[in-house]
Design a protein around this ligand. Structure first.
Ligand code: 5GP
Ligand code: MN
Length: 337
């Protein structure tokens, strides 16, 4: 779906107050898209600011513009006032206002026009300007096409190129997921020509692990359970394990993918206890046409894409695992034939 993007170009012809919002617990794609749009809109002469619902991992903090990102949960007053005064609100890398959690009531109250640029399935209809395409591998790739559609490819400078490259790289598993197309590679080539330093960006994201992350990975892999009869694996990380290994935000990013490296496995899930509140964050991944978006939506109050989705459970870890093992029977045929 692609509505009114040209019309949005006309709205952007005069200076506006603009707030840019990624989803809660933003990943590389969400922060990359938000910061790229931030740089782009400020180049156009707008007064643009990124407000993230909460903090994001250290391995994304080097990104150009990162120091300007306001966190809603710690700077509520300033953030609310910016949202109240906004003419336009860009919501990036999500398509339902639930994804910003505590920030939702403030956004709902705003009279600004909403823009949605996103690649998840089943978008809600809160936005006036919508560019939604679940076939796209990343929101950052869509931001590139958005800027190009508005005739501004030449405004993509080193900062914008760096942010977009980061999001495309992280959401595509370094260009290996099936959503990576020849167009993705052309976009990435253009971003390199415009200043994105591919090797440095990869190192900045993936080669800055703290020891806590590697120890936690060891623990996660030890906890991995293979359910051969369902071609499924799951991993658990309890609160005490997270505490034992000095968990920091972002440390568990990507762990769920290890499950899919096992031969014949089609479905991999990780259950991670929250360290502050009483719930369990769930990440689901699949290969082929098994839809984890459906599983997350139906059973775990979440959603996402066919091969990557997330959700949560308010049950205990034991109860959550029991529920998960039970529901697998409903999917046995899809997982084994
Ligand atoms: P992750 O497992 O990396 O947190 O998320 C995988 C994908 O599912 C991402 O595209 C993410 O935006 C989406 N996702 C993660 N958690 C949720 C959730 O609670 N609700 C919805 N609708 N999508 C989610
Ligand atoms: Mn994304």
């Amino acid at each position: 779906m692609n509505t009114n993007i040209q019309e949005l170009g006309e709205v952007l012809a005069s200076p506006k107050n603009i707030v840019i919002v990624p989803h809660k617990n933003p990943d590389g794609d969400a922060i990359g898209a938000a910061l790229a749009v931030y740089h782009y809109l400020n180049i156009l002469g707008h007064n643009a600011v990124v407000i993230s619902p909460n903090e994001y991992p250290d391995f994304l903090k080097w990104m150009p513009g990162s120091e300007s990102v306001l966190k809603f949960d710690s700077k509520r007053k300033a953030a609310k006032s910016l949202i109240e005064n906004a003419d336009l609100i860009f919501t990036l890398d999500f398509n339902a206002l639930d994804r910003v959690e505590d920030m939702k009531p403030t956004l709902k109250k705003s009279e600004a026009a909403f823009v949605m640029i996103d690649h998840h399935e089943q978008p809600d209809d809160y936005a006036t300007y919508v560019y939604s395409d679940p076939k796209m591998g990343s929101t950052c790739e869509m931001i590139y096409h958005f800027i190009d559609t508005l005739g501004h490819r030449n405004k993509i400078d080193k900062n914008i190129a760096t942010c977009l490259y980061t999001g495309i790289m992280t959401d595509s598993g370094s260009f290996r997921f099936p959503s990576t197309t020849s167009i993705t590679h052309r976009v990435v080539a253009d971003l390199m020509d415009r200043g994105a330093e591919n090797s440095d960006i990869h190192s900045a994201v993936y080669d800055t692990n703290g020891l806590s992350r590697l120890h936690l990975l060891g623990c996660a892999l030890k906890n991995l359970v293979l359910l051969e009869e369902y071609n499924t694996v799951y991993i658990t990380l309890s609160r005490s394990e997270l505490e034992q290994f000095g968990f920091k935000k972002g440390d568990t990013e990507g762990f769920v993918n290890y499950g899919l490296s096992l031969k014949d496995v089609r479905f991999s899930v990780i259950f991670i206890a929250d360290t502050q509140e009483d719930f369990i964050k769930i990440s689901l991944r699949s290969v082929g046409d098994f839809s984890v978006n459906e599983v997350a939506r139906e059973h775990f109050n979440g959603g996402g894409h066919i091969n990557a989705a997330g959700g949560r459970s308010d049950l205990s870890m034991e109860e959550t695992i029991a529920k998960f093992r039970e529901l697998l029977d409903n999917y046995k045929e899809q997982l084994t034939t």
